[in-house]
Design a protein around this ligand. Structure first.
Ligand SMILES: *Cc1c(COP(=O)(O)O)cnc(C)c1O
Length: 377
């Protein structure tokens, strides 16, 4: 543990909570720069939806603004307003588009919606004509995801009637989204690129945006003018077929609240699922499933205390974890001390794998109770 971190864990703020989330801004910047370098011919945006993948959208956007990021993607207007208010000169792009009735707020705040249907295109265009000036938008063309984006029939109508439909719009990018970029064996990725190219041939000239984090690893053909990395910025491996090229961004530490001696036939925790087979020690740690630690991880996982591994045992409680600390020397096992839950010994991807989920979900479920410490800025 660095002396900087040790000092921060000693603070009055940390003393008031059961667990601390350390966010390394230096790693965040390094990861954004690595993605920007990898797609050097494109502008590199930062996707900060879902509260910056759980790490704080304003904090993440502000940090990356300092590193040179100028475009930020959020899911909804609520988040867009927050980011834009903090970084007024940024281009803040709202993936969910422009729900009916929100036109005025989006335009007044200077937010840029991603339009995913002809209905939205017509509505945003009509609002622009009412205001008497052009309004910015990205237009999302579906190429195989079948989630958001203009379906094929609507794309045909847009192509055939572009002069009317695009009137009043400043199209800042044609956008599409890859469905399978994290699986290099899936042929849909190349097929989506082909469909993007076919669509572009029928549309007026504007910048193009296709790749999320994994897409950026498919090479320059996928970079176009604007790339949209999200997960890679936050440390999980965006390209599972490679050793993780990203730097870890988070470290999660839980407080040691109590240590007790246990002997057979004691059991630990709810439903008495863990049975003690030899005399030993169990520690209670100050976080649980209410902090986003998956309940499904009962009996899996390991924490680190003073460089010694301690397996988690028994159920995951709402606010507590229990670890078998028999192997941790007494002088390292202090009530009030800290156990690494996610850290150098065990990253987000590993926790996700054990829980049967993905790093995205582990990050975005990180709870609101942690004392958050931003280091390395
Ligand atoms: C979430 C999202 C991204 C970022 O995806 P990552 O896999 O996290 O890099 C990019 N584009 C769109 C449309 C998204 O919804």
């Amino acid at each position: 543990m660095t002396t900087e971190l040790a000092g921060l864990l000693d603070s009055p703020e940390a003393a008031r909570v059961g667990a601390v989330l350390v966010i390394d801004k230096g790693a965040l910047v390094a990861n954004w720069c690595a993605m920007a370098d990898r797609a050097a011919s494109a502008e590199c945006a930062a996707v900060v939806k879902a509260n910056g993948y759980g790490l704080g959208d304003v904090a993440v956007a502000t940090t990356l603004w300092g590193a040179g990021a100028r475009s930020f993607f959020v899911a909804d207007i609520e988040a867009g307003v927050r980011v834009k208010a903090t970084l007024p000169a940024s281009r803040t792009i709202v993936l969910h588009g422009v729900p009916a009735g929100t036109e005025d707020e989006l335009a007044t705040r200077g937010l840029v919606p991603v339009l995913s249907s002809l209905g939205e295109i017509e509505r945003w265009g009509a609002f622009a004509r009412k205001l008497g000036h052009k309004l910015p938008a990205l237009i999302h063309v579906d190429t195989g995801m079948n989630r958001l984006g203009l379906p094929g029939g609507e794309l045909d109508r847009l192509c055939n009637d572009q002069a009317t439909l695009l009137q009043g719009l400043d199209v800042q990018a044609w956008m599409s989204h890859l469905a399978c970029a994290d699986d290099p064996a899936n042929p849909l990725t190349a097929e989506q690129l082909r469909r993007v190219q076919a669509a572009l041939a029928r549309l007026p000239n504007a910048p193009v945006s296709l790749s999320n984090s994994a897409g950026i690893f498919h090479g320059a053909d996928y970079h176009f003018d604007l790339v949209r990395p999200g997960i890679a910025l936050y440390g999980p491996n965006p390209a599972p077929w490679l050793p993780n090229p990203m730097r870890p961004v988070i470290r999660l530490l839980a407080r040691i609240l109590q240590v007790r001696d246990v002997v057979p036939p004691d059991t630990v925790g709810y439903d008495a699922t863990h049975r003690i087979t030899a005399p030993g020690k169990v520690a209670a740690l100050g976080m649980g499933y209410a902090d986003g630690y998956p309940w499904s991880l009962a009996g899996k996982g390991v924490v680190m205390i003073g460089g010694h591994a301690a397996p988690l045992v028994g159920r995951v409680s709402m606010d507590l974890l229990t670890a078998d600390v028999t192997g941790v020397p007494d002088h390292l096992l202090k009530v009030g001390g800290w156990a690494d839950v996610i850290g150098p010994h065990r990253d987000v991807d590993q926790v996700a794998k054990e829980a049967g989920t993905i790093g995205y979900e582990v990050l975005t479920r990180l709870g609101s109770r942690y004392h958050r410490i931003y280091v390395g800025g």
